[in-house]
Design a protein around this ligand. Sequence first.
Ligand SMILES: Cc1cc2nc3c(=O)[nH]c(=O)nc-3n(C[C@H](O)[C@H](O)[C@H](O)COP(=O)(O)OP(=O)(O)OC[C@H]3O[C@@H](n4cnc5c(N)ncnc54)[C@H](O)[C@@H]3O)c2cc1C
Length: 460
Amino acid sequence: MVAEQVDVVVVGAGLAGLVTARQLTRGGRSVRVVEARDRVGGRTYDRVLDDGTRVELGGQWIGPTQDRIAALAAELGLPTFPTYNQGENLLDLAGRQKRYKGAIPMINPVVMADVGQAQARIERLARRVPLDAPWDDPRADVLDSQTVETWIRRNVASRPARDLLRLGVQAVFAAEARDISLLHFLFYVHAGTSFDSLLSTARGAQEQRFLDGPQEVSVRMAAELGDAVWLEAPVRSIRQDDHGVAVTTDRGEVLGAYAVVAVPPTLAGRISYDPLLPAARDQLTQRMPMGSVIKVHVRYDEPFWRGDGLTGQATSDRGAVRVTFDNSPSDGSSGTLLAFIEGAEARHWSAQDPADRHRVVIADLVRYFGRRAGNYAEIVEQDWSTEEWTRGCYGAHLAPGVWTAYGPALRTPCGRIHWAGTETASVWTGYLDGAVRSGERAASDLTALLGATSAPGSAP
Ligand SMILES: Cc1cc2nc3c(=O)[nH]c(=O)nc-3n(C[C@H](O)[C@H](O)[C@H](O)COP(=O)(O)OP(=O)(O)OC[C@H]3O[C@@H](n4cnc5c(N)ncnc54)[C@H](O)[C@@H]3O)c2cc1C
């Protein structure tokens, strides 16, 4: 067992932790990053398929106004390319399939008017939620006392319109509308500019992919940090006193002046703290569950749906797979369909036999794209709820009552322990961009503090 002393111990080598460490190192501070897994990147994780195609098993897209991840990728020399989006999308709603162009499906005008009105109200309400303090919204009490589902039932008249909105919520949160506080939903929408932008490919959050895969952003930062990153070093406990912190990992103890914990809140809540954290912080981490998603890639010899004039984007109100995308390589040399199993469907299918799960995935793809979808070369899935060091995705969501009762505990440091990670971001929270922003914020907070205290902390 070793014990060493640094300025800042960073827990977690996802984007947030690595950005924190990189910025502090560049400012002349010493850091040690301790990561539980045997790899960096956290919720970004790429895999090479049998034919050499690289696919993104975790976070993958970036879009307009996600400036911090875009700037970081550019600085690291990592180009992006547009998500394949040519042709028509498919909507499978109430047992009928329609093809449509652009973001808005051309179904019954009454339904579309209903959806349009609801969306306009959502955007209006969202714009008022203060990004740094959602609990300060003048209507926070009312908004945080209901779920998105309750709001949909009260405010949206037609059944297909309700189903479309529920689908939108599932696609964004990998959770059901009934799981999520309306205040949290509105905050999230505001943090990502608009509901429309969260749902869109062109000019939206799904616009661009990374040519070398998104995990490469973390791999390159970790390479810069070199020996400062310890893998396979899960943090079990953090002690602190007036002089510093002692972070205990499976690879030994690290002493520092401060710690930045850059992991999802539910995982931060599984670390032991001595002394105990304030009750509000502990209770908060008991109340920030992760969504449920199984991301499935199905590879074909060619992207055959393109020849049929389809983008590969399908949305449905039934089946295990309700959202799909074309995730083929940038040159289209082979075809890959990305099938999302989200929310309640993911919870159900996570517990089933993989062979049964694959059968329903393929059956859903055949329903959307025809018989050729049954003739696949390879299928690869990633169930994020079963990952010990993530425990669900895409990120955490808040149920009613959490923002208003515990919100300030999300970012407030607890003594020498600071918090980062996409869940702590106030812009693009839940996204790659939010993770980068949270790391930048943590690093500048720590730089200010360390500037005020010249020497590295001594052991508690
Ligand atoms: C399937 C999926 C699809 C997504 N799609 C998109 C998308 O298209 N676009 C987008 O912008 N975002 C997307 N996201 C979200 C995005 O991936 C995350 O917001 C972002 O990667 C979070 O980064 P982070 O550094 O905050 O957290 P993480 O990536 O979770 O990093 C935390 C790190 O801490 C480690 N850790 C946890 N506990 C401990 C411990 N006790 N000790 C030591 N280490 C620990 C973990 O192993 C991990 O490496 C998606 C996520 C998933 C899973």
